[in-house]
Design a protein around this ligand. Structure first.
Ligand code: SF4
Length: 363
């Protein structure tokens, strides 16, 4: 069994908590962060990781750590960075100081994912984000000065006060900056979040589809490629780390609430900080059967136009013969939801909009 070549590391701390957030996150307290880094080092080192292709440090907010702890985190990861092609850190614009950018550059980080969500002050205030569009511009300019130009920005559709005009302004603002990648997600309202308690509702499907079309057409005109349901990039700037997930390849997952996939087993770490600090990392493990593995492969590879679902590969790897579904596949191709190139199925833009239904027809 090949060892994973990707590593995800979760830093759960945030300076403040956003009103829509359902991730594994905690208010930043130095005392906990110090203990957390010790446990994290123990967990990462326990995997005997050899060669990695990608490292992704997400959260939470990794840049919420104070400078000395931020440096400690980079030192913990350093032994695993040799030969890594893509090394990403998530950051919030307001906590990405020049000091931290200097450290990121020194330690070989070559990709940044910035949590922007909106460029409008009123919207940002309504979801308790602490940055402004000016902070975003400043952070990107400083990153560029330190020669980090592979930058993703996250955008959320359907936030409070959102409108078509604001969405177009967000897209204008963001594409006027030197960014290579945009991840665009529809707002989901999760129970126990502030927006849920305020009774805020998700955008209806028709309006969301309209928003998606605006994003898609706008970014296409600006030279971005739609390469996964929620992701657009300039040519050759696909996220290598995320492609690991979409190609159904294995990865280590370390940190509170992180998920991993090793030796045909998917695992999930605890979200209980006490347990994590005590070294009780994994709480759930699922050894996948061949059928499960094939289902994951179909679900994940169809998400990405870069990966695609190879009919011969899925037969060789798992014995799943999709030629039995040739009528369904032909219909989906004729309806414009799938294309077939040699023996690989790719989802079209229209197909991305009904991906769940396509997957159900194939599994
Ligand atoms: S910064 Fe990210 S992880 Fe932290 S509260 Fe906001 S959305 Fe959640």
């Amino acid at each position: 069994m090949n060892k994973p070549s990707s590593l995800y590391i979760h830093i759960p701390f945030c300076e403040t908590i956003c009103d829509y957030c359902d991730f594994a996150k905690l208010q930043y307290f130095r005392m906990f962060a110090v203990k957390y880094l010790k446990a994290l080092k123990q967990e990462i080192d326990s995997y005997n990781i050899e060669e990695l292709k990608t490292i992704y440090v997400g959260g939470g907010t990794p840049t919420a750590l104070e400078n000395d702890l931020f440096l400690e985190l980079l030192e913990i990861i350093k032994p695993y960075t040799k030969g890594v092609q893509e090394y990403t850190f998530e950051a919030n614009p307001e906590s990405l100081s020049e000091e931290k950018i200097k450290l990121l550059s020194k330690y070989g980080v070559n990709r940044i994912s910035l949590g922007v969500q909106s460029t409008d002050e009123k919207v940002l205030k309504a979801i308790n984000r602490q940055h402004s569009y000016e902070d975003v511009k400043r952070a990107i300019a400083t990153l560029n000065r330190y020669k980090i130009d592979n930058i993703n920005v996250d955008l959320i559709l359907g936030l409070p006060h959102s409108s078509e005009t604001l969405l177009r302004r967000d897209l204008e603002n963001l594409t006027s900056l030197n960014i290579k990648h945009i991840s665009c997600y529809a707002l989901t309202i999760h129970p126990h979040t502030v927006l849920y308690n305020q009774g805020f509702k998700e955008m209806d499907d028709d309006l969301m589809r309209k928003n998606y079309d605006i994003v898609h057409n706008f970014l296409k005109e600006k030279g971005f490629i739609h390469y996964e349901v929620s992701n657009w990039c300039k040519p050759n700037y696909e996220s290598l780390h995320n492609l690991t997930y979409w190609k159904n390849e294995q990865y280590y997952g370390c940190g509170l609430g992180a998920a991993g996939y090793i030796d045909d087993t998917r695992y999930k770490n605890t979200i209980n900080l006490d347990k994590y600090l005590n070294g009780e990392f994994i709480v759930e493990e699922e050894k996948l059967t061949k059928k499960d593995l094939a289902t994951y492969e179909i679900m994940l590879t169809l998400r990405s136009i870069k990966a695609g679902l190879s009919l011969s590969l899925i037969k060789d790897k798992y014995g799943v013969d999709l030629s039995k579904k040739s009528d369904e596949i032909k219909t989906l191709i004729n309806q414009g939801y799938l294309t077939l190139e040699r023996d690989t199925l790719f989802t079209t833009y229209e197909g991305m909009m009904i991906l769940d239904q396509i997957i159900l027809k194939l599994i």
